[in-house]
Design a protein. Structure first.
Length: 570
């Protein structure tokens, strides 16, 4: 972990802008230290792989009635590229054709260097297959990718760069589903920026908003900009009331803008602007207010040593139901009341952000020692609230193995579904590209069929980016996109030492073949090659004779196939 001093001018400006709520100088210095410890600068030289060095391995995948997982940063044959890394993904979906999606991420061409670029991939078949053409600007340092889209299906990619500790952002546009991008427009910016577009249909339709951490701003003393001409130019910077950072934004059905982030005095800050939507008008802030989530945003902890535990997320209910107009805030926080290092906490406002409910914990694990981190939220058009996070509740003692978990609410966040584990556990410390972190955030968009998630994991022993579609069980009963006749494959425990139970299901009678591969795609053994009737089966796999490492189980049944990772530990 690297320590950075606070620029004198920045610190003076920050403290002069903030009211004194009665916090001690020690509280102030601790919050300021958090903000200034996080910045994206090029530490290593660009170190690409040559074509002769490139090797591939099977890309982990999973498909069931309620959860799919497909790797995005793959080669032209859908294979994982060994030796690179990808993390911190953001997703955008074309509202005119939801089968078209784009995911952007921090691309590390070589894990021996932390030099990152603006990687991206696109799909036109609803996420079943992905094309990874490379990066937007080869050899140019870029980080903190944030994607969004307008009502016409144009994609926007906001990316941070840094030269001599001077931070700035460019926003690139794609009008062909992410296949090609323009040269990008300078958009001011700074470290850990976020972007959102107005799709309300009102006077601000098409407006682009962006804010970032004030400590590392390209335009002190501002940390917010706006475009009212479709991204052809960005206005001079202004200051967001309350100076939130490490957060997100959203626009409600009436064009009102909401910003959420960490507060300089601790806690979570919300700022609202009703005037930002008016082209040519001043950007004024109605108010900024602290939301009680019983904690503050954290980072640089054992589970993600050089990164955050996640950002703050804000979204609104745009449905015609009982929650219409509600505002929701969610974040992974270090708890004040019980010392839990990372819980996923939620609060809502029913009066435009003026008052907020008492904090609610979404994760349902017992105890206060586990990490529930990278909490991410989105709201579906019918008002359903989707939440995912990484969870260490089943990790072996002394490890931080994490699995993807999911919960949803259909009553405006009053109650939440039983937490559901979606992925196998993986080691978040594997595949570090000379930077001890999994990035700082995931990203998710929800529709009536479920949640579309861009996330990173190390199920193949490397950091890579994946697309997942998560279907709530009550939706899956009526949804025909992912029929119940898909095959499934799981193993538990995973990671394992000497033995694991492999469980699989098939929908029709036919030949079932199950093979074990090493990380380079070499077949180690055939575990099953028989005719099976429809049903659920299990077999015990003895792994004591194999060396520790990452392996793949690939099952073929009928015309379908599925690949799962298996981790053997000492």
């Amino acid at each position: 972990m690297k320590n950075f001093s606070i620029p004198v001018l920045t610190a003076v400006v920050m403290l002069s802008l903030l009211p004194d709520p009665g916090y001690s100088q020690q509280d102030i210095s601790q919050s300021a230290r958090k903000a200034t410890m996080h910045k994206e600068v090029p530490d290593d030289l660009y170190l690409p792989y040559t074509s002769e060095e490139l090797k591939t391995s099977p890309a982990p995948s999973y498909r069931s009635a309620i959860f799919t997982m497909t790797q995005v940063n793959v080669d032209e044959y859908g294979e994982n590229i060994i030796g690179d890394a990808a993390n911190e993904p953001s997703i955008a979906i074309d509202p005119t054709n939801p089968d078209k999606m784009v995911i952007g991420w921090r691309q590390f061409d070589n894990v021996n260097s932390n030099f990152r670029q603006a990687g991206y991939g696109y799909t036109s078949d609803g996420g079943q297959t992905w094309t990874f053409p490379g990066v937007i600007e080869p050899g140019i340092f870029r980080s903190d990718p944030v994607l969004d889209y307008d009502s016409e299906g144009i994609f926007y990619f906001n990316s941070l760069t840094s030269q001599s500790s001077v931070f700035s952002c460019h926003v690139f546009r794609s009008q062909d589903g992410g296949v090609t991008w323009d040269a990008g427009i300078y958009a001011h910016g700074g470290d850990k920026q976020w972007m959102t577009l107005d799709r309300s249909g009102g006077v601000g339709e098409g407006n682009i908003y962006s804010f970032w951490t004030l400590y590392y701003s390209s335009c002190m003393p501002g940390n917010f900009t706006r475009s009212t001409n479709g991204g052809s130019g960005y206005e001079p910077c202004v200051l967001v009331a309350g100076s939130p950072y490490w957060g997100t934004m959203t626009v409600n059905s009436n064009g009102v803008l909401y910003v959420v982030g960490a507060g300089e005095w601790g806690g979570i800050i919300i700022a609202r602007s009703s005037s930002a939507q008016v082209p040519g008008g001043n950007i004024d802030w109605d108010f900024s207010i602290e939301v009680n989530l019983d904690g503050s945003l954290g980072g640089w902890s054992a589970v993600n040593p050089e990164g955050l535990l996640g950002q703050a997320y804000i979204d609104v209910d745009r449905s015609a139901g009982a929650g219409q107009g509600n505002i929701y805030v969610l974040a992974t926080v270090e708890r004040y009341s019980n010392g839990d290092p990372a819980d996923v906490m939620f609060s809502r406002s029913t009066d435009g952000g003026l008052t907020w409910s008492s904090p609610v914990r979404v994760n349902d694990n017992p105890g206060t020692d586990d990490y529930q981190w990278f909490g991410t939220m989105s709201v579906a058009p019918d008002g359903r609230i989707d939440v995912i996070w990484l969870d260490t509740r089943n990790a072996l003692p002394g490890s931080y193995y994490s699995a993807l978990y999911y919960s949803y609410s259909t009553d405006q966040g009053v109650t939440w579904s039983v937490n559901e584990q979606l992925s196998d556990p993986f080691d978040p410390h594997a595949g570090w590209p000379q930077q001890q972190k999994m990035g700082d955030y995931f990203d998710m968009e929800s529709d009536v069929t479920g949640a579309h998630l861009a996330w990173a994991n190390t199920l193949n022993g490397e950091q890579d980016v994946y697309y997942s579609h998560i279907v709530p069980q009550y939706v899956a009963i009526e949804d025909h996109t992912y029929p119940a006749n898909t095959i499934s494959l799981t193993c538990f425990p995973n990671p394992c030492r000497e033995q694991t139970t492999i469980r699989y299901s098939i929908p029709v009678t036919g030949a079932v073949n199950l093979d074990l591969y090493d990380i380079y795609g070499k077949k180690i053994n055939t575990l099953l090659d028989q005719i099976r009737k429809p049903g659920i089966y299990s077999l015990e796999f003895q792994a004591a004779m194999l060396p520790a490492g990452y392996y793949y189980l690939q099952m073929r049944a009928g015309s379908g196939s599925i690949t799962k990772s298996l981790v053997l530990i000492d």
